[in-house]
Design a protein around this ligand. Structure first.
Ligand SMILES: *[C@@H]1O[C@H](CO)[C@@H](O)[C@H](O)[C@H]1NC(C)=O
Length: 263
């Protein structure tokens, strides 16, 4: 965490244009992302270039201008710039503040609204992955980046004993919220429903998925989910745990989830 905090700048911006939000403070974290990933993964992008002269007056003014503009665009989740003399580009991509780009030296400076969470870089285990969806690997859940165009999910086989995931934070973390994002498909109605989220501190005695019943129930999503639905489950008080498990209890279809955050 020390490393992350020394390489990441948190920008606190007070905006007066957040009617839908309970808070008028929006936190933006700086993160580096390869230009090739930005163009390959985003389904919507829009460039503001040139910016109004007042927004170009300083780095801080530009960050503020582009952050507020991104916030006003309903689909924008990250904005980027690699040229201090030009404007910025907005993307509909989730990039977690702790995301580590494979090619940081050529990466673009971006700013994300996401909060630091415990899932990015955590260890993940799962039931059998679906060979018919070769890109649907469990690592997509912990890599800190998520596109809304599909191909970025964990996808299990249809077998009952394959429909689970366990995220291991390495040590006990305190949290109140678990976010799941459904796959970008109408199939989300079948691939994300009847999901039980449980928490524990040790590996289970019995093998998953049955062994996951040893964990304490955190919450349940009855579903059915809609395409790209964001499901936030909030505990009434903070809990502490090292492991968070996700098990789908309806086995008529595969289990697919696009993205998970815990904080
Ligand atoms: C995990 O351990 C912490 C610290 O001992 C404890 O407070 C917490 O309740 C435990 N969590 C669970 C799910 O048992």
């Amino acid at each position: 965490m020390t490393f992350l905090h020394t390489t990441t700048t948190l920008f606190l911006l007070t905006t007066t244009t957040t009617p839908a939000s309970a808070s008028n403070i929006q936190r933006w974290s700086q993160v580096l992302v390869s230009p090739s990933l930005l163009t390959a993964k985003s389904t919507v992008q829009s460039t503001a270039d040139p910016l109004p002269p007042e927004a170009m007056a300083s780095r801080d003014k530009k960050i503020k201008y582009c952050s507020i503009t991104c916030h006003r665009l309903s689909w924008c989740r990250v904005w980027c710039t690699d040229d201090p003399t030009a404007g910025c580009t907005f993307y509909d991509l989730i990039v977690m503040p702790a995301y580590q780009d494979p090619t940081p030296l050529t990466a673009t400076e971006c700013f994300t609204t996401r909060r630091f969470d415990f899932v990015t870089h955590a260890t993940i285990t799962s039931g059998q992955q679906n060979v018919w969806v070769p890109l649907g690997i469990k690592e997509n859940i912990v890599d800190g980046i998520h596109s809304f165009g599909g191909d970025d999910n964990f996808v299990s086989t249809i077998d009952a004993d394959a429909q689970w995931l366990v995220i291991d934070f390495g040590n006990t973390k305190k949290f109140t919220q678990v976010l799941m994002i459904a796959e970008a498909s109408p199939n989300a109605a079948m691939s994300l429903q009847q999901v039980e989220i449980r928490i524990g501190n040790t590996t289970t005695t019995a093998a998953p998925p049955e062994g996951l019943q040893e964990y304490k129930l955190f919450g349940k999503f009855p579903g059915p989910a809609t395409s790209n639905q964001e499901i936030m489950i909030t505990s009434h008080k903070p809990v502490s745990a090292r492991f968070v498990s996700f098990r789908k209890l309806d086995y008529q279809f595969i289990f697919a989830v696009g993205h998970i955050e815990v904080y």
